[in-house]
Design a protein around this ligand. Structure first.
Ligand code: NAG
Ligand code: NAG
Ligand code: NAG
Ligand code: NAG
Length: 236
């Protein structure tokens, strides 16, 4: 399928020489980009995310205050360490993941399978990642907008929203990263981080999650559960 996409892109690219296609066409916006490992390295702000889960916009906006990711090269070729730093309910959490880059596809190695490709973007310092996640029977598609900046222009956000529409995803959750970011854990030993890397999910929890994420009413129930646990969390 990917091969077909590449061939199609190459052919269309040739055909459109001289009369450049409008940037806003889905065809153009969904063109995969070549991933060069070195372009992934550094500090990335997660500015927007859209998924295939109905109601996920609210879910994301509620769960994540802000998220940024630090990507470094591993000693093995085409392998990367990713450190995700996330603020939720006023507290700082970290997740460590290892990723490989094979055949222009990024894959996260772990107990659930995530793979992603880069899509075209008019934003010069952004990555637009189209992801597939499989966890039990849950299959989620997601589109993420990452930038080295804490804020992108309205036009850049609009382009991303259009990309999500082209992929038939839910409206994106837009994150505000202009204040309150958790610091880099290696530079701020005084900050209390909770590392979630080794957290696992039981098969009962997975079944519940499968059920909740499968419908909009399920997501609403899930949101209510989160709201209640947040209320008790804040009293701690
Ligand atoms: C990532 O890979 C390193 C070896 O390069 C290993 O020590 C580490 O445990 C791995 N981390 C995760 C989260 O899988
Ligand atoms: C990568 O692509 C090549 C050629 O298309 C194929 O032979 C190989 O199996 C692919 N590798 C993986 C890990 O998908
Ligand atoms: C998502 O998964 C489907 C099949 O499981 C595959 O055809 C597609 O290429 C994947 N997309 C990405 C972005 O990895
Ligand atoms: C750090 O966070 C953990 C987990 O939330 C908590 O148990 C611990 O008491 C906190 N420590 C400090 C010094 O705040």
């Amino acid at each position: 399928m990917m091969e077909f996409v590449h061939v199609a892109v190459a052919v269309l690219g040739l055909l459109s020489l001289g009369h450049s296609a409008p940037v806003t066409s889905c065809e153009n916006l969904l063109q995969p980009r070549e991933i060069y490992g070195s372009q992934l390295l550094g500090k990335w702000m997660l500015l927007a995310e859209s998924t295939s889960i109905p109601g996920s916009k609210m879910l994301l906006q509620m769960l994540m205050e802000n998220t940024w990711v630090k990507i470094t090269a591993a000693s093995e070729a085409d392998t990367f360490h990713s450190l995700q730093i996330q603020k939720m309910m006023g507290k700082c959490f970290t997740w460590k993941k290892n990723m490989t880059l094979v055949n222009n596809t990024l894959t996260v190695v772990g107990d659930y399978r995530v793979s992603g490709v880069l899509l075209n973007t008019g934003c010069p310092d952004c990555l637009v990642i189209y992801l597939n996640m499989t966890m039990g029977r849950i299959k989620v598609r997601a589109l993420q907008l990452l930038s080295t900046r804490v804020r992108v222009s309205a036009a850049e956000l609009e382009e991303f929203t259009k990309q999500a529409e082209c992929l038939n995803l839910q409206p994106p959750a837009i994150m505000d990263l202009e204040e309150g970011l958790c610091p880099d854990p290696t530079l701020a030993p005084e900050t209390n981080f909770t590392d979630r890397t080794t957290d696992t999910i039981s098969s009962e929890e997975l079944s519940l999650l499968e059920e909740l994420l499968s419908s909009e009413s399920g997501v609403k129930t899930f949101l209510d559960m989160i709201r209640r646990s947040m209320a008790s969390f804040k009293q701690d």
